[in-house]
Design a protein around this ligand. Structure first.
Ligand code: UDP
Length: 315
């Protein structure tokens, strides 16, 4: 029997590469695609010798051509850390809008089911807490995060339009802060920043007073939720994340305790513009529809992630 064929965009990225691994292990033929502006080839190198994997170096904001049939598409290409989308605002807008349009067109042409990666950023600096999928959000369209937030909101809109008007099989996941091995050391997000600073014996740069909260999900849990969502018949957005909420100050203390480098210290810095004050997913829907909930607590997930950063952070 022919293997199911899946296209994964953003394949060399943090989450994309874990998805490639998962689908290979599930017996799929995986076509990875990435333009490598934030991807890292080391994340997928181990897949290149496999017969069930191929890779296209391509920017999905331009017309996407894939020979042969496709059963599924996972659209995970996008700069995703605040520093990246500040540096690449136009690419961020284009991959969420033009890139998504191209991939929806491809899905329609191939009669494939498509799952797109949306984000908790569609809720902006939320005035509802925790965030349920029915909350419409509090986003500043012209602030520094607007390029990402609005690209993702447009992405959801056009995906629903293809679903409604073309009957395309679509899935939307709203991903909350996720962490694990293969995050880029210099991507500017809080976990790679704190781990590399702690390992190097530098100051852990807490932005603001550290009272803002986030809820961190281990990548294997996220991948399991995405895998289940793709196989479900639910076309509306689903939150995936770990509801265990923590202040950034507490998070710094946990990483300091884990790395245990006497030279590391806390270094308060100014809070970036429009930095959300709190973020916690309501995962009732994922529990009900997918029978999913996170299995990795932060202690376990951080220990696994520390093993990775020990190897890749240069002191
Ligand atoms: N943050 C921090 N120090 C850093 C990087 C981030 O205190 O070196 C804070 C940031 O201001 C935010 C939180 O940590 O409140 C999470 O930031 P991240 O960039 O990881 O992602 P976000 O959840 O804001 O998209």
């Amino acid at each position: 029997m022919q293997k199911k064929r899946i296209l994964i965009t953003g394949a060399a990225g943090f989450i994309g590469s874990h998805l490639c691994d998962r689908y290979i292990n599930e017996g799929y033929y995986v076509i990875g695609m990435d333009n490598m502006i934030t991807g890292n080839i080391a994340n997928i190198e181990h897949l290149f010798p496999l017969e069930s994997f191929e890779f296209y170096h391509h920017d999905v904001s331009k017309f996407v051509h894939v020979p042969g049939n496709l059963d599924y598409i996972l659209h995970f290409a996008s700069p995703a850390s605040p520093i990246d989308y500040l540096k690449m605002p136009i690419q961020t807008l284009k991959v969420g809008s033009l890139g998504t349009h191209n991939l929806l067109g491809l899905a329609k042409a191939k009669n494939a089911r498509i799952l797109i990666a949306s984000t908790s950023e569609v809720y902006g600096d939320p005035l509802e807490h925790p965030q349920t999928e029915s909350y419409w959000g509090n986003v500043n369209p012209i602030g520094p995060r607007g390029v990402y937030d609005e690209a993702k909101r447009f992405q959801e809109a056009i995906t629903m339009a293809y679903h409604t008007y073309h009957g395309l099989e679509t899935r939307i996941v709203r991903i909350f802060n996720t962490y694990g091995p293969r995050m880029r050391v210099e991507d500017g997000r809080v976990l790679p920043a704190f781990f590399s600073q702690a390992i190097r014996g530098e100051g852990l740069t807490i932005f603001g007073d550290g009272s803002q909260t986030r809820s961190f999900c281990y990548v294997d849990d996220l991948v399991e939720g995405i895998y289940r969502l793709m196989l479900s018949d639910y076309a509306f957005p689903v939150n995936l994340g770990n509801p265990a909420e923590i202040t950034i100050r507490q998070f710094a203390d946990e990483i300091l305790a884990l790395v245990n480098n006497p030279k590391a210290y806390i270094d308060f810095r100014p809070l970036p513009v429009d930095d959300p004050k709190q973020r916690q997913p309501d995962i009732t829907k994922a529990r009900e529809i997918l029978g999913w909930e996170p299995k990795f607590d932060r202690k376990t997930g951080l220990a696994l992630t520390y093993e990775y950063f020990k190897k890749v952070v240069t002191v």
